[in-house]
Ligand binder design. Structure first.
Ligand SMILES: [Zn+2]
Ligand SMILES: [Zn+2]
Length: 482
């Protein structure tokens, strides 16, 4: 297999892998970096000749995996686009929203090349949609060569898949973004125990260390307690989240908190538009679980040792799902953006569960943060990964009393609100990924989808765990033969 990481930077962002296997040329994902603008946010597609790709495999619908798909798809008329039926529903919502955001940024930030794709180009992607059902192997033929492709649930978000490629007796496994732990809104990864020749693994959480006594549900309980305290003292809370997956998970958690009396009632909850649009898609999928085949249990699955206390009252039950009625039960409303003013506090204690998770400039979360940050009774609580270069990543390095600049709003303030981080990531713990790597006994491990330091941790840890394996920490845009 020839492997090229097309992401120009060694980080999470414009995720896209070019894979060459015999007669086949494939792309795994076509993402966009959330912190860069214009052409700088794209993977390096320049090295892909037009009409040379046979299959575009999409692991899931976060923008770092699909955000530039229409850009590469337009020059690949023969490519079939493989994704799960659930991803097929979510993809147009995410890309149409991205198109609208680009139109706005063209005017506000003078990015002349925006939008990078058109609405009909999003439809064209769906025209080549080839549905992949979990556990059902599909075989592709080209010039006498055969390639088998199988998708497995990777947890993480609705529709997300890990992918097995089989070619000339060899197995190549791509984790995609993966989470073994069950969530309230989704089951965990279901990967059958198998030996593979090459493992391509995400490395998001290489720097996240958990003590042995870390209990995920206790982290969530601490978050709920902090929200309750803030509201009780007359403040407002901002939880910056990804619109796809995290937002619905946090809403479910808040619902659980209210049911159990951990959170008081009576305060308004606001969500951003994209997250609410995703809720509608989730509702459609949940109503037709069979059609979308989202329930799949692997035989003899890889199960990293459970470190969470499943007896905890906030542990998700085996019956996962997200239904829209939870929004009316909580009286969730769309965010009134025009009423959120820079540097002016929210009068009525409120809870904002809005995107982006990394507080990217000019997103609803960025705007709400600029309202809440100057006042000490407020809370800004991050629950997932923040790239260090994003406003969220920068805010997390600040202490109370430090200045903080909202550059896009030309507003500088002093950090007075409580800024907290809770470890409720949608990505597997590094120990779980190591467990998977050991179980698969690969002769080659390729590191992807992680910052430089995270990858370095995995590089060392995998060398120790699998001394015979060849560990590749690929240079961006360089081709490796494994
Ligand atoms: Zn993701
Ligand atoms: Zn990702």
């Amino acid at each position: 297999m020839k492997f090229t990481d097309l992401n120009p930077k060694r980080e999470i962002g414009a995720h896209s892998l070019l894979i060459e296997l015999g007669a086949f040329r494939l792309l795994v994902d076509g993402g966009m970096s959330p912190k860069d603008l214009g052409l700088a946010s794209l993977p390096d597609y320049t090295r892909i000749p037009s009409d040379s790709i046979d299959l575009i495999i999409l692991t899931h619908c976060h923008l770092d995996h699909i955000g530039s798909l229409p850009c590469v798809h337009r020059s690949q008329p023969s490519a079939r686009v493989l994704m799960t039926p659930a991803s097929g529903e979510i993809l147009p919502v995410m890309l149409q929203n991205s198109y609208t955001v680009m139109l706005k940024q063209r005017d506000e930030k003078k990015v002349e090349e925006y939008p990078l794709f058109s609405r009909p180009e999003v439809d064209a992607v769906l025209g080549d949609f080839f549905p992949m059902y979990f556990g059902r192997t599909r075989e592709f033929l080209k010039e006498g060569d055969r390639l088998k492709v199988t998708f497995y649930p990777s947890g993480h978000v609705m529709g997300a898949a890990a992918v097995l490629l089989e070619h000339q007796g060899k197995k190549y496994f791509f984790t995609g973004d993966i989470l073994f732990r069950r969530q309230h809104t989704l089951g965990g990864a279901e990967i059958p125990s198998m030996k593979v020749d090459t493992l391509v693994t995400e490395t998001t959480r290489g720097l996240a260390e958990h003590g042995k006594d870390f209990v995920y549900e206790e982290e969530l309980a601490r978050l709920l307690a902090s929200i309750a305290k803030t509201i009780g003292e007359g403040g407002s809370c901002l939880l910056p989240v990804f619109a796809l997956g995290r937002m619905q998970e946090i809403i479910t958690l808040v619902h659980e908190g209210r049911k159990r009396g951990i959170l008081p009632g009576g305060f308004p909850i606001y969500c951003s538009g994209l997250g609410l649009a995703v809720v509608d898609v989730f509702e459609k999928i949940m109503r037709n679980r069979k059609k979308y085949a989202v329930d799949y249990g692997a035989q003899d699955p890889i199960r990293p040792p459970v470190r969470q206390d499943l007896g905890h009252h906030l542990a998700p039950s085996a019956e996962w799902g997200f239904r829209k009625r939870i929004l009316s039960a909580l009286n969730v409303r769309p965010l009134p953006r025009s009423r959120i003013k820079v540097g002016i506090d929210i009068r009525r204690p409120s809870l904002f569960i809005v995107s982006s998770g990394m507080l990217v400039e000019n997103t609803p979360a960025y705007q709400v943060a600029a309202s809440l940050l100057p006042f000490k009774h407020n809370l800004i609580a991050f629950t997932g990964y923040c790239d260090p270069d994003t406003p969220g990543g920068q805010l997390l390095t600040k202490s109370p009393g430090d200045p903080f600049l909202f550059e896009a709003l030309e507003f500088e303030t002093v950090v007075r609100a409580r800024v907290e981080h809770y470890d409720a990531s949608g990505h597997a713990d590094r120990e779980d990924l190591l467990y998977m790597a050991k179980a698969m006994e690969p002769s080659t491990v390729i590191l992807s989808h992680g910052d430089g330091d995270s990858r370095r941790w995995f590089e060392g840890a995998i060398r120790l765990a699998l001394p015979a394996a060849n560990v590749v920490n690929p240079e961006p845009q360089e081709t490796y033969e494994v």
